[in-house]
Design a protein around this ligand. Structure first.
Ligand SMILES: Cc1ncc(COP(=O)(O)O)c(C=O)c1O
Length: 479
């Protein structure tokens, strides 16, 4: 291709009128044309012979001018192709930043916003680290490390004993699962990722509002979203959802069926049934994200889509919220026929996940620590949830309403339309309380005006304090 690049002309002026240009005249002429924008980077200079003939200068004069331009970095010489104008420093910088901006990653907000570390994080989705069994986990890690030698190889699907333990636990919760159907992932986030990539999903139906990092993930993978309006106070408008699904024909529905993030909504059994029927009729796959299970003591009586729909439902869950965020262990349960494709996709991105963490978690489960931990966490979170509801009743002004999830880590507080949540968030930040504005959760029109309130992350005293401040700021904003 390059040998067809046309020559770029430039005017050569001699320093002294009436005499033949020197090599330095040629150099100066090129530099001037470059400065004035008449010689772009990549332009090819005429061959030595052409200038020699046109100007009557010697071949050596032209050659030494070109050598000088190359030596100064203004031009580059390419063997058998010629001499080309090089990019200058500013252009090179621009090229680098252009190529750095080339990946398609769209801006994503931080998971819990840029809150100062001493702020009360009222919208956090995490459980208070003070309630997490860090010492017991450390014990299990020491025990695993004491076993002679480390396993050299790994199962790309995930540590087999851990897969068996997960299958057993799920089966005990009315979700009959075989260990061969479990794929261990780096948090449930990786489960969402491999499903959408392995199934080459072009369109995903999502609740609206929805967990923002699922929305960003799907969009970054090039999928188009079909937002399904979710009003947690009204329940699911099944006719509306059916109409969108029939119109858009998404190949996947991603749904957080219990204690939905961010609204705290749990699907009613008839809504689960309707979605299963719709999925069958429209050949739409179902991906259920059960992120909020096991957090409150009586939260899990509600059936999962997986329990009702069996093998047809892809099911994701995680130990990251309930046990320790930094463990990054989640899992996906899939129909047998899909497992090889999903594991192949997982292998493409990570080959396999660290065996060591999975072995530590397996030890933790094996010793029975997980069940005692869940009981303790649930007792603490039950108390915080009750306290949160009391404080909301006592402190929120007329016109506010909130969901009653009865499980998961957060509820949704809806405030009157007259309140600008973005502004409220800034005012709360100034008083040391972080609430997130929730805009990132909406894939469609923003039909709710509220935010998450966490009863899992914040201790009872802080919760009281934060809700007192919130009540006062809301009254101020509504005045
Ligand atoms: C609803 C939901 N699903 C999945 C995830 C991913 O979490 P992890 O990858 O830590 O399991 C989150 C994280 O906040 C979430 O809120």
């Amino acid at each position: 291709m390059t040998q067809h690049t046309p020559y770029h002309s430039f005017s050569i002026q001699s320093a002294a009128a009436g005499r033949r240009p020197t090599a330095m005249d040629l150099v100066e002429s090129v530099l001037r044309s470059r400065r004035e924008g008449r010689l772009p980077a990549g332009a090819r200079l005429p061959p030595v012979r052409a200038i020699e003939r046109q100007l009557g200068v010697s071949k050596n004069t032209v050659q030494s001018a070109y050598d000088e331009l190359v030596a100064r970095g203004v031009c580059v010489a390419r063997e058998r192709e010629g001499v080309f104008v090089a990019h200058d420093a500013a252009e090179r910088e621009a090229i680098v930043s252009r190529s750095a901006a080339a990946p398609r990653v769209v801006a994503t907000p931080a998971l819990s916003g840029p809150a100062p570390s001493d702020a009360i994080k009222l919208s956090s989705v995490f459980i208070d680290p003070a309630l997490l069994p860090r010492e017991r986990l450390a014990d299990c890690a020491r025990s695993v490390l004491r076993t002679p030698g480390l396993d050299a190889f790994y199962d790309p699907q995930g540590y087999a004993p851990l897969r068996a333990q997960i299958a057993e636990r799920l089966s005990a919760r009315a979700m009959a699962v075989d260990p061969s159907q479990v794929i261990i992932t780096t948090g449930s986030q990786q489960a969402l990722d491999i499903v959408v990539r392995a199934l080459a999903t072009r369109r995903v139906a999502v609740e609206d509002p929805v967990y923002s990092h699922a929305r960003f993930l799907f969009e970054n993978l090039g999928a188009t979203l079909s937002p399904l309006r979710l009003d947690p106070f009204e329940g699911i408008d099944l006719d509306g959802w059916r109409a969108v699904i029939e119109r858009d024909a998404p190949s996947l529905l991603y749904s957080i069926t219990r204690f939905q993030n961010p609204t705290g909504y749990s699907y009613q059994p008839h809504e689960l049934d309707a979605l299963l029927a719709l999925s069958e009729r429209t050949a739409m796959g179902l991906l259920e994200d059960d992120w909020g299970s096991d957090m409150l003591s009586d939260g899990d009586y509600r059936p999962t889509l997986r329990a009702l729909g069996g093998d047809n439902v892809l099911y994701a869950n995680s130990f990251t919220k309930k046990l320790l965020p930094s463990l990054r262990v989640g899992y996906l349960v899939a129909p047998r026929a899909l497992v090889p494709t999903l594991v192949a996709m997982k292998r493409l991105s990570t080959l396999g996940n660290p065996w060591l963490t999975e072995a530590v978690l397996s030890e933790f489960l094996d010793r029975g620590y997980y069940d005692t931990h869940l009981r303790a966490v649930q007792a603490a979170l039950d108390a915080r949830y009750a306290r949160c509801l009391e404080a909301l009743s006592a402190r929120m002004p007329e016109g506010c309403r909130w969901t009653l999830p009865g499980g998961g880590p957060t509820l949704w507080l809806e405030v009157p339309r007259s309140v600008d949540v973005q502004r409220l968030s800034a005012q709360m930040a100034a008083r040391g309380v972080n609430i997130e504005s929730a805009a990132a959760h909406f894939a469609g029109a923003r039909h709710l005006n509220g935010f998450r309130v966490s009863y899992a992350f914040v201790g009872e005293a802080d919760l009281d304090r934060a809700l007192t401040i919130l009540g006062n700021e809301l009254r101020e904003a509504m005045r």
